[in-house]
Design a protein around this ligand. Structure first.
Ligand code: AMP
Ligand code: MG
Length: 343
């Protein structure tokens, strides 16, 4: 018996030592026009974070719209010719097309020339003439894109902008890297795109604050949700905008009008469990559902085959949360918002 206790104690000691030795690593990276944070605990955390940094830079090189050497830039400058590109980018464009189809065109990477006309691509903001926007809209739509195995053809005038999906895609790549390095707990924040691995190292859930869109420059939250092993992506009109003549114009464009979506929402957060959905899916849907507005977004949620939950923040001061997040939701009393659970 004594021996058993001694053995057990030794076992506990080893576990404790292993606990002490749990690797922890983190990094901050400026890429894709935003600040990114990567933190990992356990497994080969240091290697995981290093690989994550390299991966983010690799994806930026491939997907950037402003770097003239990126594959996206080569496609956009192709003037109607077929361009040989990596299979990886072909499959990302193909996936973007499926979200376009699923959302009735609310998500559409060919919105690129219109985004540029408003100055969001180069930070030279302006309100374009509607006639000019209408002319550009003629080349918007996935029907203007032809995909082969490792070749893409954009019709003349058509361009693509993967800004609405790239960070979500990057979070999927980082999930695979973290898995490969046996990271036990981790958090990745790619400018509004969150990936949570496991729980926090202390075993409690991560707390995700949904930015209060009315106070974009403060640590103010419209809601807090407790999550583990999840992706959570927020699209909001407060994330990038400019003002002209007392009016605010933001960066999420409604492909139906070519103008910033005016749908009554100030932010949309899409949440999915790891294993049920992906960061790419959440990213595409958050952009699309922002365009759709509350009513259509909830209708889409009810009827969709995609597995996800929503937190909508409305212009009129409500936080609308779908049933699956009811338990996870922590209302923030001081926020001034009212909370509604919908099913
Ligand atoms: P997100 O922050 O993920 O909602 O993506 C917004 C970015 O995606 C914008 O800065 C544009 O580059 C691009 N974008 C804007 N409107 C759309 C749209 N309707 N569909 C797809 N991408 C869009
Ligand atoms: Mg998006």
């Amino acid at each position: 018996m004594k021996r058993l206790i001694a053995l057990l104690t030794a076992g506990v000691m080893i576990a404790l030592l292993a606990g002490c030795r749990k690797q922890e690593a983190s990094a901050q990276i400026f890429a894709m026009d935003t600040v990114m944070g990567v933190t990992a605990y356990g497994g080969s955390a240091e290697k995981a974070v290093k690989a994550a940094e390299e991966e983010i830079l690799r994806l930026e090189d491939m997907l950037s719209r402003t770097d003239p050497k990126s594959q996206v830039s080569r496609l956009n400058g192709s003037d109607g010719a077929a361009v040989a590109v990596d299979e990886e980018i072909v499959s990302l464009i193909r996936e973007a097309g499926t979200y376009s189809q699923a959302t009735g065109g609310a998500f559409d990477i060919t919105i690129a020339p219109v985004v540029a006309a408003w100055g969001f691509t180069t930070d030279t903001y302006q309100v374009p003439e509607q006639a000019d926007v209408d002319a550009l809209l003629a080349a918007v739509g996935m029907e203007h894109v032809t995909l082969a195995e490792s070749q893409v053809t954009l019709e003349r005038g058509t361009e693509i902008d993967l800004g609405g999906i790239a960070k979500g895609y990057a979070s999927d790549k980082l999930e695979a890297i973290f898995e490969e390095h046996q990271v036990e707990h981790g958090m990745v924040e790619l400018g509004g795109n969150i990936l949570l691995i496991g729980s926090k190292p202390d075993g409690t859930a991560w707390r995700l604050g949904v930015q209060d869109p009315a106070k974009p420059n403060e640590a103010a939250y419209a809601a807090i949700v407790q999550l583990e092993d999840a992706f959570a992506v927020t699209s909001g009109s407060y994330q990038r905008y400019f003002e002209q003549d007392g009016k605010t114009y933001h960066h999420i464009i409604d492909p139906a009008t070519g103008r910033p979506a005016d749908s009554g929402l100030t932010s949309v957060t899409v949440v999915t469990d790891r294993g049920s959905g992906s960061g790419t899916m959440c990213d595409a849907l958050s952009t699309a559902l922002f365009v759709m507005g509350e009513e259509q977004a909830l209708e889409f949620w009810r009827g969709s085959d995609y597995a996800f939950e929503l937190i909508l923040v409305t212009e009129d001061g409500r936080v609308v949360v779908t049933k699956g997040l009811e338990e996870a939701l922590m209302e923030t009393k001081e926020s001034g918002y009212t909370y509604e659970i919908v099913s």
